[in-house]
Design a binder for this molecule. Structure first.
Ligand code: ZN
Ligand code: ZN
Length: 41
């Protein structure tokens, strides 16, 4: 099982993109990251 780089939870699916610095994030952390990114603009 992949582990989220942010919350260290075992999750079934992880995501990564330029914003995560090549680290794998769970759905929740990934969504939260992009939520803040879009809010800043
Ligand atoms: Zn997470
Ligand atoms: Zn992104």
């Amino acid at each position: 099982m992949p582990i989220c780089a942010k919350c260290n939870n075992d999750v079934s699916k992880v995501y990564d993109c330029d914003h995560t610095n090549d680290q794998e994030y769970c759905t929740e952390c990934y969504t939260e990251l992009h939520y803040y990114l879009t809010e800043e603009k």
